[in-house]
Design a protein around this ligand. Structure first.
Ligand SMILES: Nc1ncnc2c1ncn2[C@@H]1O[C@H](COP(=O)(O)OP(=O)(O)O)[C@@H](O)[C@H]1O
Ligand SMILES: [Mg+2]
Length: 424
């Protein structure tokens, strides 16, 4: 079958609507050269004729074609008339702004239809007053918090009079998130260097304290008081040493040993490791993995560490009673996330670790992944910093939300197509 572009383009008849779209006037287009038919079989002729009929139905230069074109754009497009009526809103615009525009809204005052988006109303309202219209400006929309990049232009008639205004915009929220992650990564790198230097300095004296205290304990077998104090010293030195080891673990660059990873095995090992660190008590754990979850490529030891840390936190939050759920599922992303990728679907495996513990106060959410942030008297504040580092090394992402019904839910997303821009 002839799939070449020429075979498709040739039969298109340029429909006349010359008054509106001069550019597309038939006489402005070069006459297509007559082509020698490649195949003369009856079937091929019929197929070509069928394609020609279908293509001829395409109203290339009609209003409808342009309407379809603007509607299909991957930018939000809003247009108003000079007297303040809404002339057009495409699907992306409605989706980004979270509004619905019915056909009956076209022609109504735009500030009425778009009243849920006061920032957009303000931009459009200034369209005929500003001498320089904003080009590639950015704005954080209230109340949604979404960030958009936008360009405002006049819609001019054939005499150059501004008869309306058009706003083109793109949702940049994910781009912003990625930039924020990069800033955080830089901050962590600087902090990490400092922490590594301190950890190295502290490690040896700590070991010295522990050894000396042990010697002294042996030399003072009869003093009960001294024994108790020295035992405390040794216990505290051990704890400080564990923190130093965690710091070094955190600052050590990750070199992934990537292989095909069985998630059930990783969960099993992580549960055993978490239980060896924190008493699980009567906490019930439910592990579910949807049947269509594919294997992921990753470092199974790092992944075990990741889920161990999440489970350890969950056990600590639950204090011996409650539930932990581990759920794995397969996700297809249809959306390009406003990053200008080719719009093809990409796939990911999502693992959610949730608990019905006391939950996380909203104001802490931004801080819990920072190294050394802890709300626990004996905490190192490194568990989630290590989690984030492992997730980053796998080109993944991690989000934390309140679990509906109480508690905390951590969602880890592993891209299946490595290096998809959404996750970088
Ligand atoms: N499942 C959870 N429920 C409630 N709070 C949590 C949970 N996981 C983490 N946190 C909060 O995040 C903080 C940081 O966790 P982490 O980095 O593991 O350090 P640490 O456990 O040493 O405190 C904890 O101190 C706690 O306040
Ligand atoms: Mg922890």
């Amino acid at each position: 079958m002839d799939n070449s572009l020429a075979a498709f383009v040739e039969p298109i008849t340029i429909l006349g609507s010359p008054a509106t779209f001069d550019l597309f006037r038939q006489d402005a287009m070069p006459e297509p050269k007559p082509r020698t038919p490649k195949s003369t079989t009856g079937a091929a002729r019929r197929a070509r004729a069928g394609r020609a009929r279908a293509a001829a139905d395409l109203p290339v230069t009609t209003d409808l074609f342009f309407r379809h074109m603007v509607n299909s754009m991957r930018n939000g497009v809003l247009a108003i008339t000079r007297d303040g009526r809404l002339a057009f809103a495409n699907e992306v615009a409605c989706r980004t702004l979270g509004c619905t525009v019915q056909p009956s809204d076209i022609g109504r005052p735009f500030f009425d239809v778009l009243q849920g988006s006061p920032d957009i109303v303000r931009i459009l309202a200034g369209a005929f007053e500003l001498s320089h219209l904003p080009n590639r400006a950015e704005l954080r929309l209230k109340p949604s918090g979404k960030v958009i990049g936008y360009t405002l232009s006049h819609v001019s008639d054939e005499r150059g009079r501004a008869v309306g205004a058009a706003l083109f915009f793109k949702d940049l929220t994910r781009v912003e998130q990625i930039e924020e992650r990069e800033r955080l990564r830089d901050r962590l790198a600087a902090l990490g260097e400092m922490a590594a230097a301190i950890a190295h300095e502290v490690k040896n004296p700590l070991a010295g304290i522990e050894v000396m205290a042990g010697l002294l304990r042996r030399q003072l077998p009869d003093s009960g008081d001294a024994q108790a104090i020295l035992s405390d010293i040794i216990k505290d030195a051990k704890m400080a040493n564990a923190i130093v080891l965690e710091v070094l673990e955190f600052v050590r660059p990750i070199r992934l040993q990537v292989e095909r990873v069985s998630l059930p095995e990783v969960f099993q090992n992580a549960m055993a490791m978490a239980e060896s660190k924190v008493a699980r008590g009567r906490v019930e754990i439910a592990v579910t993995l949807d049947a269509d979850v594919p294997a992921i490529q990753g470092d199974q030891y790092q992944l075990r560490q990741l889920f161990t840390n999440l489970l350890t936190n969950a056990f600590e939050a639950l204090g011996g009673r409650g539930h932990v759920w581990i759920h794995g599922r397969h996700l297809r992303l249809e959306d390009d996330g406003g990053l200008g990728t080719d719009g093809h679907a990409s796939e990911a495996v999502i693992v959610e670790v949730s608990d019905d513990g006391p939950g996380l106060p909203g104001e802490l959410v931004d801080r819990i992944f920072s190294p050394f942030f802890t709300t626990k008297p004996q905490g190192s504040g490194l568990g989630l910093a290590i989690v984030r580092k492992i997730v980053d090394a796998h080109d993944g992402r991690i989000d934390v939300t309140k679990r509906p019904g109480g508690g905390t839910a951590f969602r880890v997303t592993f891209p299946l197509a490595a290096g998809h821009p959404f996750f970088q």
